[in-house]
Design a protein around this ligand. Structure first.
Ligand code: 5GP
Ligand code: ZN
Length: 113
């Protein structure tokens, strides 16, 4: 989508600190980290958010979880991490392209605010 920030990041039109990329997904560090390690993994296809995941596009989501597990191992996150996908205003979503936050490096509170 031409006016989508994360589509622009995937296309290299907006700079990002890239962590990983393959044919289905792109991973990059969050510009405003909420934990010592905070990166985002997004599908290359423009999916507006968790609410727009369907049987037809869900393979990218499963793939992203496998990529997250691999990146977490590579980054040495053996103490654990949290994967978060926000949806809509009440979910706190601010960018309308499905993204999975990966937060690690400190003990994270539960429940979230
Ligand atoms: P959301 O609030 O939609 O769940 O998460 C959006 C995330 O994108 C936020 O954590 C925010 O810091 C991050 N973000 C927003 N704009 C940029 C940007 O231009 N570059 C990067 N790397 N992250 C961004
Ligand atoms: Zn997009």
């Amino acid at each position: 989508m031409s006016d989508c920030l994360f589509c622009k990041i995937i296309a290299g039109e907006v700079p990002s600190k890239k962590l990983y990329e393959d044919e289905l997904c792109y991973a990059f560090y969050d510009i405003d980290p909420q934990a010592p390690t905070h990166f985002l993994v997004v599908p290359k296809a423009h999916i507006p958010g968790p609410h727009a995941v369907t049987e037809e596009n869900a393979a990218a989501v499963g793939h992203i979880y496998a990529v997250i597990a691999k990146l977490a191992a590579e980054l040495g996150l053996e103490n654990g991490y949290r994967v978060v996908a926000n949806d809509g205003p009440d979910g706190g979503q601010t960018v309308g392209h499905l993204h999975f936050h990966v937060l690690a490096g400190r003990s994270l509170a539960w429940p979230p605010g």
